[in-house]
Design a protein around this ligand. Structure first.
Ligand SMILES: C[S@@+](CC[C@H](N)C(=O)[O-])C[C@H]1O[C@@H](n2cnc3c(N)ncnc32)[C@H](O)[C@@H]1O
Ligand code: SF4
Length: 356
C-alpha cells in the first residue's frame, strides 16, 4: 500500500536542464547549458557516493527537475546503483513528452524506474502554445501510450489549468482526453504566477481566481467519477497508486536531496544545496561542501508545519487541532479528524489560519 509509512526514507535527485524554459516556471533549471549534463551526472555520482554509506534503506527516489528525461538510461542507472534501495522501492522520473520514446522508457524501466510522471500540462494545442510548451497534444498522446505500453507499476500526468485563452470547455477537453489515456495518477495545478518569471511581467496573462475555482471543481468531479480519488489538494490517484515520495514530504518524513538546489530534511533539520549547476560542480571539484545553508525547526514550528501539510491531504488533521467555527461547508468531520471539503480545498490557506 502506498502511504507515508513510518520508516520511510526518500531521495530527491535534481536535474537542472530543460530543452526550453517555460515562462511560468520558477524551478532551478536552465535551457542554455545542456553541455554540462555529463559533468553534472559525474557530480551527482560523487556527491551520492560520499553520502551513501550513511544512508538508511531508501523507500522512494524522485528524479525531478528541470527535465530528468534528458538523462540517458545509463546516466540514470549510474546514479541509481549507488543508492541502498529497499525491495519494492518506488523510483519516479519526471519526463517531458518530447524527450521520451519507447527505447528510453524501456531503458529506464530496466535501470529500476517504477513510476513515470509525464508533464502533459494540457491536451489542447492552443493552451500548450499559450504555456510555451515544446510539444503538442500528439506528443502527449504518443508519450503516454509509450509509458502505458512499457508496463511501469504506476504513472502520472501533470496538468496545469488557468492559462490565458483556456476556456472551461478547453479544460473539460483536457480532462476528458487525459482520462482517455487511463493514467493511474493525475496532478492538476492551478497556474501560479511565480515572481521573477516572464509570466509575472505580463498581467494580461494572469489567471483568474474564479475561473481557476470552476476548473478545480470540474477536475474534482470528472476525476472522481473516473475512479481517481483526491488524496491531496492537487493530486488524484486510483487505489494503490498514491505517490509514496509525495507522502514522505507531506508527513514530514526524512529525505536527502542530491544535486544543485536540492533540499534535504532529517529529523527537523533542513538544508539545501547551492542553486546553480556551475557552482555545484566547482565546489565538488574543489572538494568542498555543496550545502548553501540550513536551519533547524523548533518543536512548535515542526508541529505547525506538520498540521499545515496534513490539512492539505485527505487524512486531514486531528479535530482538536482546528477551530472550525464559521467554517461550515469548508471542512467535515471524519471520526476524530477534520478534512477539507472540495470548497475547503480551494480556501486551504485561509482554513489553515485556524489551526491551533
Ligand atoms: C518541475 S516541473 C517538471 C516537469 C517537466 N519538466 C515538465 O514540465 O514536463 C513539475 C510540474 O510543475 C508544474 N508547474 C511548474 N511551474 C508551475 C506554475 N508556475 N504553476 C503551476 N504549475 C507549475 C508543471 O505541471 C510541471 O509538470
Ligand atoms: S515546467 Fe518543466 S519543462 Fe518547463 S521550464 Fe519548468 S521544469 Fe522545464
Amino acid at each position: 500500500m502506498t502511504t507515508g509509512a513510518p520508516g520511510h526514507f526518500g531521495i530527491y535527485v535534481h536535474i537542472p536542464f530543460c530543452l526550453r524554459r517555460c515562462d511560468y516556471c520558477a524551478f532551478a533549471t536552465w535551457d542554455d547549458r545542456s553541455s554540462l549534463l555529463p559533468a553534472y551526472v559525474g557530480g551527482l555520482v560523487s556527491e551520492i557516493a560520499a553520502a551513501a554509506a550513511a544512508l538508511p534503506g531508501v523507500t522512494s527516489v524522485f528524479f525531478g527537475g528541470g527535465t530528468p528525461s534528458l538523462l540517458a538510461p545509463e546516466q540514470l542507472r549510474s546514479v541509481l546503483r549507488l543508492l541502498p534501495l529497499e525491495p519494492a522501492a518506488e523510483v519516479s522520473v519526471e519526463c517531458n513528452p518530447d524527450t521520451v520514446d519507447a527505447e528510453r522508457l524501456a531503458g529506464y524501466h530496466d535501470a529500476g524506474v517504477t513510476r513515470i510522471s509525464l508533464g502533459a500540462q494540457s491536451l489542447c494545442d492552443h493552451v500548450l502554445v499559450a504555456l510555451g510548451r515544446t510539444h503538442g497534444v500528439d506528443g502527449v498522446v504518443r508519450a503516454a501510450a509509450a509509458v502505458a505500453a512499457e508496463g511501469f507499476d504506476s504513472w502520472n500526468l501533470d496538468l496545469i489549468y488557468g492559462a490565458v485563452g483556456e476556456s472551461l470547455d478547453d479544460w473539460r477537453t483536457t480532462l476528458g482526453c487525459a482520462l482517455d489515456l487511463h493514467p493511474p495518477h493525475v496532478s492538476a495545478y492551478g497556474l501560479t504566477v511565480e515572481p521573477g518569471t516572464p509570466l509575472a511581467d505580463d498581467p494580461d496573462r494572469f489567471p483568474d481566481d474564479d475561473d481557476q475555482a470552476d476548473k478545480y471543481e470540474l477536475a474534482e468531479r470528472l476525476l472522481s467519477v473516473a475512479g481517481l480519488e483526491s488524496y491531496e489538494i492537487s493530486n488524484w490517484a486510483r487505489p494503490g497508486h498514491q505517490c509514496r515520495h509525495n507522502h514522505c514530504y507531506w508527513s514530514q518524513g526524512n529525505y536527502r536531496g542530491f544535486g544543485c538546489a536540492a533540499h534535504s530534511h532529517v529529523d527537523g533539520r533542513r538544508w539545501w544545496n547551492v542553486r546553480t549547476p556551475e557552482r555545484y560542480l566547482s565546489l565538488l571539484d574543489a572538494g568542498e561542501s555543496v550545502v548553501a545553508a540550513g536551519e533547524r525547526l523548533d518543536p512548535t514550528q515542526r508541529r505547525a508545519e506538520r498540521l499545515q501539510l496534513a490539512l492539505r491531504t485527505s487524512g486531514g488533521v486531528p479535530a482538536s487541532a482546528l477551530d472550525t467555527e464559521g467554517l461550515d461547508g469548508l471542512v467535515e468531520r471524519r471520526r476524530d479528524r477534520v478534512v477539507l471539503t472540495t470548497s475547503g480545498r480551494l480556501l486551504a490557506n485561509e482554513v489553515a489560519t485556524r489551526l491551533r
